[in-house]
Each structure stands twice: as structure tokens, then as C-alpha cells.
Design a protein around this ligand. Structure first.
Ligand SMILES: Nc1nc2c(ncn2[C@@H]2O[C@H](COP(=O)(O)OP(=O)(O)OP(=O)(O)O)[C@@H](O)[C@H]2O)c(=O)[nH]1
Length: 925
């Protein structure tokens, strides 16, 4: 009993929505359990993994669009798909057995949209390119086709149960052969009572098989050979007719189709050759009876078909023999070295595996809609479709791959080796495209490749443009930095050279890097960007040049100002009638050298002649204004007053030889003064204005025509002149008075007649001295000693020594006198006491004097070198640095030097109180 394969197909839910059986194994098992008592179908077990199209649903599995077979860069897998987002239908996800079959076309003639997914994920043939084959089996219903295929290829097509003779295979099923890249199509049997006289599907399935399969297995019983219908001759006639329909253009005919006749239940004595011959004759007859299209009248069957015959023993009666021969037959499908190998290259339809589902679908669509089925056109269309699809998939992956290049470029950075990276990406994308699309129609592929390349290039061109833009920015930046660094360590003379070389380097670098980013087979250019960069660099260069010129002008201006200051001061401080001429002469001389310098530097900076002339004119104007300003500053009222006084002093205080005058009573001070003053009065008008006489024409030529030189010449207005003369008069009068006073001071010395009188009165004494040997010796001795003291500069120490000696002597004498008085006077004690005691009786002034004397006596009583120094420093600031301020009163310091003897009158020199501060303090108290 044969079970209906549709038992395992998807069914419609109550809403009419097609649903897919999620797990065929489970569904079959459940069905088996429920039917086990009555109509248990072992065929369900024979086909554990089958996916079919719902008969009531035209497009039941359109949940996924036709997907590109190309995955870039990661390989696609069902498990990964499940992990990443449930891309596969549950049925497909469960179909892990490579021998799972698919009802590619159901009995309602719907094409299964999962074919492509099966090719890729179940049978893993999508990436096989041309390395796959396709076999279709034809024959009457229930003639053991599925049984043969299962045995031959290890497939699991449903087989009719022996107890139930009914149609098993409905529509067209596809499965993959075990351990071989062979797709097997199990086509619904012909002559079935289910379809009756309706041979429409038979014709369509034949057309579909011929358009796709390389080998058509024609299954027939031995006892049917010679019979028209039983031997499938009707079917074969249909095959031949549609073949002519398909390949009516002989030029587009590529290869043939192999018809492999398998004669089943070959139990008779008739040889295979005889059987084959009988079949061949029938075929020739059918072919000759065909009405051939125009132009194909003379074609023979061999132009389109090759024939191969084989027979198999009875499966039930000769099981082992049957199995053995089927195994031998398998070699023809698996072993390319087999002499009867069936998959010759000429039979291949040259449809790449990844495009085969789409091709099959489009073929079937044409067949179903009864339109002209032009295979070459179909192949071309497929090529277009697939190439576009592959290009799109490749481009998506390519766009994602180059995404990483965008952020740095958008951030304005230059990407290193962008050209190489872009080339790598492009090459990879093209390689993937070539690999997958290269198998399709050559012309279409080439055309699509060009389009694909153009698209890749246009995408990369955006990166290139961004790179060029960033390169230009980088070049500008580097140019600035490079210039800054170079200018920092170069001399002014090299400025122009530096700019030129830096600019050339920046442009070269830009061109080089931009060129590296250009890809082959493109017409990318960066001329506009290069020109723009050149302009930008020129702008920077001009800016830097201008800055340098400004700097140069400032330096020159400062330099001439300094030189003008010296020149103006030195000339105006010696006023004379030709001073303006002298000054102007110096002005031109100074400017001449600076102008030369300006021209030299500006030429070095490649300043055009016209611009240079303007610069020089500008410099002259600035220089002239600075010159005038310097003169104005130097002829301010105050400066003029100082200058006039200085001149007056020179003329009044110094004689003609430049020696200072010492005015004597007899000198003509008034005359000299008036003379000097008169000469000064002639000088003031010299400073009224800058006198350009003799230089006026030269100045007119020298300065720009628009500038009026004469406007800036006036220095002292009439009012200022008057004020200046007034103030100068006061200064001059002061000088005169000073001169007069100096004469009075000279006159205040000892008169000469006094000197003469003294000489007259002392003449006798002089004679006495020089005539007396004693006096003379004394005179000579004292004179020599005095001279020695003078020469050795010992006057100070000798004087101080003398003072000490005198003080000591007077103290001693004083002591002696006191003692003598005490001895001679009856109330000497009282006298002594009156002299020596009770300081409180005296006035404060006396006390302070006494205190000072006490201190002075203290020092005087110790005739050491320290005493001499102290005495010497008494009037100097160093005296204030003595250790104890309590010992010195400001009041007592001055008298200290000359009144030691007075102090000694009040207190004995060796008295303890006179040497200690304690005595001083008690005295004060
Ligand atoms: N006599 C004989 N019977 C066979 C042979 N091979 C298979 N059968 C039987 O023929 C019956 C039909 O087998 P299937 O393989 O289902 O035949 P089929 O041509 O695929 O049937 P459909 O798919 O319905 O067209 C089964 O009962 C098989 O056991 C054979 O070589 N000789």
C-alpha cells in the first residue's frame, strides 16, 4: 500500500494562510501512529524529511525573497542564520539531512520558493558553480522510478506501497544524491489514472526537465518495449516536440541531452542490444513523424540527443542481482573515468548552481504561463538577474568594509595608504563578483562587471575626494609650520628661498600623496584641488612676505630714528647758519643706506618693481616725518632753553681757546656778557623753522608729489620765540650775577700790602735766624721734619699726637697746680671740694658738658691707638656705629675732642668713676 506523500505537506490553517509543517519527522510519526490501525503508511517512514508545496497555496513559502547566493565576507550557515535572526523557515532549519527532498513543483504547478535555500543550506550546492549535475527521471506511473532513484543515488523519494497501487509522486520532487553533487528530479509518472487524458502537466514537466537536466532517465518495463504507450513513446514524442520548441535556433543550441533508457524487469532472453534497437527504431520513427519547425526540417535526432540503454533484472524475483546491477549502474553517475560516464560536459546546461533555483523558477514560470521559452534568452535574463544580485550583495559587503575608512576622513585626517586600502577593497569586491558572476552569460557578466566597477569606483571616489581635501588642509598646515621653523633658523636673506622651497615641497608632497590615492581604471583627478592649494599657499606666502616687509619697514624706521636723534642733537647743539644744510645732508646720507637695504631685501622677497617703488616712497615719507618729528622734539621750548644757556655758557665762561674763565676784578665781565648775549640773540632765529634752502628741489623729488614739504618746517612760532627770549634772558642774568659774585670772592683774600708789611717788620728776625747757627740748625731741623711730615702725609697723626701730648701735659700741670694750691691755701680743702664735688649744683647744660668731659676723659686717660681712631672718626658717620649708645650722647660727641682737659679738671684721670659707665650713670642721677 502506498501512502500519499501529500500527507506530509503543509496544510492551510482555518484562515487559509499557508503553513509549513515544522518538523516532517514528527508529523510523519504522528500520522503513522494515527493510521497504524487502519491505513498505516510505511512510506511515511521511507520519506522522513520531505518538504512540499501546499496544493492550495500558489506561493506558500514566499516568506523569504529569493536571496543571493553570495555571502561576503562571512559564510552563511543555517545555524548562524538561526542565531542571528531566524532567517530560515522552521522547516528548512529542521532540514539538516542532505538527502532531504523538496517538492519543487507541486501538483498544482506551483514553484517552491524554498528551492534556493535548499540548494544553499540543505544540499550545500550553491557554491558549486558548474560542479553539479542534474538528472530527471521519466516513466509511467508506478513503474519503480522512485525505487530506482533511491537505490541508485541514496535518495529518500517516497515509494509506493506494494499493497496499494496508486500514484505516489505528484509534481516534481528534487533531492541530492548521496555523496555526489547530483540533483535528482523525480517527476510525476505519466499515464496515471489520476490525471486521465490530461497530458498538460506531462508536457510541462518534460519541457522543464529538458531545459534543466543533463540526463533524462526513461524508465520502462521490458515487456513494454515495442508498445507505443506502454513504452512511453507518447511521452518521448512529447519530449522531442518540446525539445524542438526549446532549441529551434540551432545556433543557440549548446550541447545535447542524454536519454538513458533503463529497461526494468529484464527477465527475458532478449538481449539488451535487441531491446535497444527496438527502442531506437521507435524513436527514429517518432522523430521522423514530428513536424519540425522551419529551418530544422533536416535535423536528426542525434543533433539533440544521445542515447544510452541499460536493463535491470526483476527487483522482487532477483533482488540481489537487481541490487548489484543498480550498484554497477551508479558508477556511470559517479565515476568520470567510466566509459559510459553519463555526465559529459556537453550535456551540462551551464547554469551556475547558485543561479539554478532562479533559472528553474523563471523557466517554470514561462512554461506555466505558456509563453515562448527561449533558453538563451532565459540564460541571459538569469545572468542579468544574478549579476545584479551578486553585485548588490558584494556592494553591500564592500560598503560595510570601507565604512571604517570614513570616520578619519570625515574628521579631517589623512588616511595612510588610502589608495592601497581602497584598491584592496575594490579588488576583493571584484574578485567576489568575478567568482560568482563570472559563470553567467559572458556578455552580460562583462557588462555588469563594468557597471559594478563603476559603482565601486564612484563610492571610493568620495573617499578619494575627502582624502584630497584633507591632504590640502594638511599641506597648508605643514607649510605654515615648516615655514615657521625654517624662518626661525634662517637669515633674512634666505627668506624668499625658504618660501619658494617650502611651497614647492608642500605642493610636491600633496601631488604625490594625492596621486597615490588614485586607483587604476579610474579617471580621477585633483587638478582643481591642486590649483586651489597653490592659491592658498600663495596667499600665505604673500601674507608672510607682507609681514616680513612690515617688519623690515619698522626696523628701518627705528634705525633711522636713532640715527636722526644723534645727528639732530649733534648738529643743533652747535647752532650755526649752515646747520640745516648739514642736517639735511645727513638725512639724505642716512636714508640712502637704508633705502639700499630696503631694495635689497624687497628684491630678495621677490617684490615686484612697482610695489618696491611704492615701498621706497612710503619709507621716504615715514623717514621724513620721523626726521621732522625728531627736530620738533629737539627744539621744544625747554630743550631750546637748555641749548641756549649751554651756548651762552660756552661763550661767556670759556675763552676762545676753550679754557674756563676765572673772572678777576679787572676783567670786562659786562663786555664779555653783552658780547655773548648778542651772539646768542642771533642764534634764536635759526631755530624758527627748518631751513631747506638748497635742498628744496631735492626734497620735492625725494618725497611724493602729494606731500607738501613746507607744511612741516615751522619750529618756533613768534609767540614761542618771545617767550623763549624772555626766559633765556632770566637765565643769562643769573649767569651774569654768578660771574660777578665770583669776582667778589676772589677780591676777599689777604691784601698784598699786608704781606709786604709783615715782611718789612720781620726782616730783622729773619736775618737773625739765618745768621745764627743754632737757629739755623733748628730751622733746618724743623723744616726737614715738617717737609718729611708733609711728604709722608703724616700731618694728621702728628697733630693728634701733639694734641694728646699737650692734653697729658696740661693735665699733669693742672694736677701739680692743684696739689700746690692745697698745700699753700688754709681752706684748700673747701676750694678743692668746691671745684670737684656736687654736680647737682650746676645747671643741666653744665651737667651735660661735664658728662661729656667725663667720657672724653675716660678715653683720654687711655692713650692707645683706639683713642686715635675714635678721635679721627668723631665727625664721620662711622662714629654712630659704636657698640654702646649709652656711652655717647649726641650732645657730647662734638665737644669730646677738644675738652678732655676740661673734664680732667672735674675728675681724676685714674678715678674709677671716670672710666666706667657706672660713674657716668650715678653722676647723671
Ligand atoms: N516488478 C517490479 N516492481 C518494482 C520494481 N521496483 C519497484 N517496484 C515496485 O513498484 C511499485 C511502485 O514503485 P515506485 O517506486 O513507487 O514507483 P513509481 O514509478 O515511483 O511510482 P509513482 O511515483 O507513483 O509514479 C512498488 O510497489 C515497488 O515495490 C521493479 O524493478 N520490478
Amino acid at each position: 500500500m502506498a501512502s500519499d506523500p501529500s500527507a506530509s505537506v503543509p496544510s492551510l490553517d482555518p484562515a487559509g494562510t499557508p503553513s509549513v509543517v515544522p518538523d516532517v519527522d514528527q508529523a510523519s510519526a504522528e500520522q503513522f501512529d494515527s493510521e497504524s490501525d487502519t491505513t498505516a503508511s510505511p512510506r511515511a517512514h521511507d520519506s522522513p524529511t520531505r518538504t512540499a508545496v501546499s496544493p492550495k497555496s500558489p506561493k506558500p513559502l514566499k516568506t523569504r525573497p529569493f536571496s543571493p547566493s553570495f555571502s561576503y565576507p562571512a559564510e552563511f550557515s543555517p545555524r548562524a542564520a538561526q542565531r542571528n535572526g531566524n532567517l530560515l523557515s522552521p522547516t528548512l532549519a529542521a532540514a539538516q539531512d542532505p538527502q532531504t527532498q523538496l517538492q519543487v513543483i507541486n501538483e498544482d504547478q506551483d514553484f517552491n520558493q524554498e528551492f534556493n535555500d535548499y540548494m544553499r543550506h540543505v544540499w550545500h550546492l550553491a557554491d558549486s558553480g558548474f560542479d553539479y549535475n542534474l538528472v530527471a527521471v521519466f516513466g509511467s506511473q508506478s513503474t519503480g522510478k522512485s525505487t530506482l532513484l533511491n537505490r541508485l543515488f541514496g535518495t529518500q523519494f517516497a515509494v509506493m506501497h506494494e499493497e496499494q497501487r496508486q500514484q505516489t509522486t505528484k509534481g516534481i520532487w528534487i533531492s541530492k544524491g548521496q555523496n555526489m553533487n547530483v540533483l535528482i528530479m523525480d517527476v510525476e509518472g505519466t499515464d496515471g489514472r489520476e490525471r486521465g487524458e490530461d497530458q498538460e502537466f506531462e508536457r510541462k514537466s518534460a519541457l522543464f526537465s529538458l531545459a534543466t537536466a543533463e540526463v533524462l532517465i526513461v524508465n520502462m518495463w521490458e515487456n513494454m518495449v515495442g508498445l507505443y504507450n506502454g513504452a512511453n513513446m507518447g511521452l518521448l514524442k512529447t519530449v522531442f516536440e518540446v525539445n524542438l520548441q526549446l532549441f529551434h535556433d540551432r545556433n543557440s543550441r549548446k550541447g545535447k541531452t542524454l536519454l538513458l533508457f533503463v529497461i526494468r524487469d529484464h527477465v527475458s532472453k532478449t538481449s539488451l542490444d535487441s531491446l535497444a534497437e527496438a527502442v531506437q527504431q521507435d524513436l527514429n520513427r517518432i522523430w521522423s513523424e514530428l513536424s519540425k519547425p522551419e529551418g530544422l526540417e533536416q535535423c536528426v535526432i542525434g543533433d539533440y540527443f544521445d542515447f544510452m540503454f541499460t536493463s535491470l533484472p526483476h527487483k522482487l524475483l532477483q533482488q540481489d542481482n537487481f541490487n548489484r546491477q543498480v550498484d554497477q549502474l551508479r558508477h556511470r553517475f559517479m565515476d568520470p573515468s567510466h566509459p559510459a560516464y553519463v555526465f559529459k560536459s556537453e550535456y551540462h546546461k551551464r547554469i551556475p548552481a547558485d543561479g539554478f533555483p532562479k533559472y528553474a523558477e523563471s523557466i517554470w514560470e514561462k512554461i506555466v504561463t505558456n509563453r515562448d521559452l527561449d533558453l538563451p534568452t532565459q540564460q541571459e535574463l538569469l545572468a542579468q538577474y544574478r549579476c545584479d544580485e551578486i553585485a548588490s550583495a558584494v556592494f553591500d559587503a564592500f560598503a560595510e568594509a570601507i565604512q571604517s575608512l570614513k570616520p578619519p576622513l570625515e574628521a579631517g585626517r589623512v588616511v595612510d595608504n588610502l589608495g592601497t586600502q581602497m584598491d584592496d577593497h575594490r579588488r576583493t569586491a571584484l574578485a567576489h563578483f568575478d567568482k560568482n558572476a563570472g559563470r553567467y552569460h559572458s556578455e552580460v557578466y562583462q557588462r555588469k562587471r563594468r557597471e559594478h566597477l563603476a559603482k565601486l569606483n564612484s563610492e571610493l571616489h568620495l573617499l578619494f575626494l575627502a582624502q584630497v581635501k584633507n591632504l590640502a588642509k594638511q599641506s597648508v598646515r605643514q607649510f605654515r609650520e615648516s615655514l615657521k621653523q625654517r624662518l626661525a633658523m634662517t637669515t633674512d636673506q634666505d627668506f624668499s628661498t625658504v618660501i619658494v622651497s617650502a611651497k614647492a615641497q608642500a605642493l610636491d608632497q600633496f601631488n604625490e600623496q594625492a596621486r597615490q590615492a588614485i586607483l587604476d581604471e579610474t579617471e580621477w583627478a585633483f587638478t582643481a584641488e591642486a590649483e586651489q592649494l597653490d592659491q592658498e599657499l600663495q596667499l600665505i606666502t604673500d601674507q608672510l612676505k607682507q609681514e616680513e616687509l612690515n617688519r623690515l619697514m619698522r626696523r628701518l624706521e627705528k634705525s633711522v630714528q636713532n640715527q636722526y636723534t644723534d645727528a639732530v642733537s649733534s648738529v643743533l647743539n652747535e647752532p650755526h647758519t649752515g646747520m640745516w644744510g648739514e642736517l639735511l645732508s645727513q638725512f639724505f646720507a642716512i636714508n640712502e643706506s637704508k633705502e639700499q637695504l630696503l631694495r635689497k631685501r624687497a628684491t630678495g622677497l621677490q617684490v615686484p618693481t612697482e610695489e618696491l617703488d611704492q615701498l621706497v616712497t612710503q619709507f621716504r615719507l615715514v623717514a621724513w616725518e620721523a626726521f621732522c618729528q625728531r627736530i620738533h622734539d629737539d627744539t621744544s621750548e625747554q630743550m631750546m632753553l637748555v641749548r641756549l644757556r649751554s651756548c651762552l655758557e660756552d661763550r661767556f665762561r670759556y675763552d676762545d681757546q676753550g679754557l674756563p674763565r676765572v673772572w678777576k676784578p679787572g676783567d670786562d665781565i659786562d663786555g664779555q656778557f653783552n658780547k655773548a648775549k648778542d651772539s646768542m640773540s642771533q642764534l634764536i632765529p635759526l631755530f624758527n623753522r627748518i631751513d631747506i634752502e638748497g635742498y628744496d628741489l631735492k626734497l620735492d623729488d625725494y618725497l611724493p608729489a602729494s606731500f607738501d614739504v613746507r607744511e612741516s618746517l615751522e619750529l618756533l612760532t613768534a609767540g614761542k620765540q618771545k617767550e623763549l627770549a624772555k626766559r633765556f634772558k632770566r637765565e643769562a642774568d643769573a649767569l651774569y650775577v654768578e660771574a660777578k659774585r665770583s669776582v667778589v670772592a676772589t677780591t676777599a683774600r689777604v691784601p698784598y700790602w699786608i704781606v709786604v708789611l709783615l715782611m718789612f717788620l720781620g726782616w730783622n728776625e729773619f736775618i737773625t735766624v739765618i745768621t745764627s747757627p743754632v737757629y739755623l740748625i733748628l730751622l733746618v731741623t724743623f723744616g726737614t721734619v715738617g717737609y718729611a711730615i708733609y711728604v709722608l702725609n703724616l700731618a694728621g697723626p702728628v697733630q693728634r699726637g701733639a694734641q694728646i701730648v699737650v692734653a697729658t701735659a696740661s693735665q699733669h700741670v693742672h694736677q701739680l697746680l692743684l696739689e700746690a694750691l692745697n698745700r699753700t691755701s688754709p681752706d684748700g680743702t673747701a676750694t678743692s671740694a668746691a671745684v670737684t664735688q656736687d654736680p647737682t649744683s650746676s645747671s643741666p647744660h653744665q651737667r651735660s658738658i661735664r658728662r661729656a668731659h667725663t667720657v672724653g676723659a675716660t678715653f683720654a686717660s687711655s692713650p692707645s691707638s683706639d683713642d686715635i681712631e675714635l678721635d679721627d672718626l668723631a665727625g664721620s658717620p662711622s662714629l654712630t656705629r659704636q657698640p654702646s649708645s649709652a656711652s655717647f650722647s649726641p650732645v657730647t660727641r662734638q665737644p669730646l675732642r677738644g675738652q678732655a682737659s676740661t673734664a680732667s679738671l672735674n675728675r681724676p684721670s685714674n678715678s674709677p668713676s671716670s672710666r666706667t659707665d657706672g660713674g657716668y650713670v650715678s653722676d647723671d642721677d
